[in-house]
Ligand binder design. Structure first.
Ligand code: SF4
Length: 187
């Protein structure tokens, strides 16, 4: 039983039914810490894909080892807001981390000649890494990066990959949809 959720309710505690009544020095209504206000923030990320033969790779950025949150994990390279102004995102989604709601937009280059987004990535070259789509499941990705890559069907939800001839029909359809997305985002 969760005492705080069922018996010791801050505004109306059920003290007479409480199993720890004898030990409690509060007994009765008590103040609780106010919840931190929810904040909203925009966030933009680059989706850069490239093909090497039949292999698809995605550009990721490693977070600093001294980052307050998710240190050393991989994410899509963040983009400054002013760079993406007026561009249409590939995908929009909302993602909550602690008390902040992030309104996330992901942008892919408009073709191999569109280098503006890639040049705008503030990260050092050493922090960027091309990773095979088939190996994303083995990497320490942030929850947001995982969510984006799975929604775009670049990363499979299950790590098991069947041989091509064993893939069910819906996988073939998924591959076809992915090919369309890759075509517009490919370098
Ligand atoms: S007796 Fe104390 S712990 Fe139990 S419900 Fe009342 S205030 Fe909460």
């Amino acid at each position: 039983m969760e005492l705080g959720a069922t018996i010791c309710l801050p505004r109306a505690p059920l003290c007479l039914n409480c199993p720890v009544y004898a030990m409690c020095s509060t007994r009765g209504e008590h103040a609780t810490q106010p919840r931190a206000a929810q904040k909203s923030r925009p966030a933009a990320y680059l989706l850069s894909l490239r093909k090497r033969g039949v292999i698809t790779e995605v550009l990721l950025q490693r977070r600093p080892d001294d980052a307050t949150l998710m240190a050393g994990m991989y994410e899509l390279p963040p983009l400054p807001q002013d760079v993406v102004h007026g561009r249409e995102p590939t995908i929009r989604l909302r993602h909550a981390i602690t008390n902040t709601n992030y309104y996330v937009q992901v942008f892919a280059p408009r073709g191999s000649k569109d280098q503006a987004l890639r040049r705008a990535v503030p990260a050092a070259r050493a922090d960027l890494k091309w990773v095979r789509a088939s190996r994303l499941n083995q990497l320490a990705l942030t929850g947001l990066a995982r969510k984006i890559l799975q929604r775009l069907e670049i990363m499979s939800i299950t790590p098991i990959r069947l041989a091509e001839e064993e893939q069910p029909a819906h996988d073939a359809k998924r591959q076809k949809r992915l090919k369309g997305k890759l075509k517009s985002a490919r370098s």
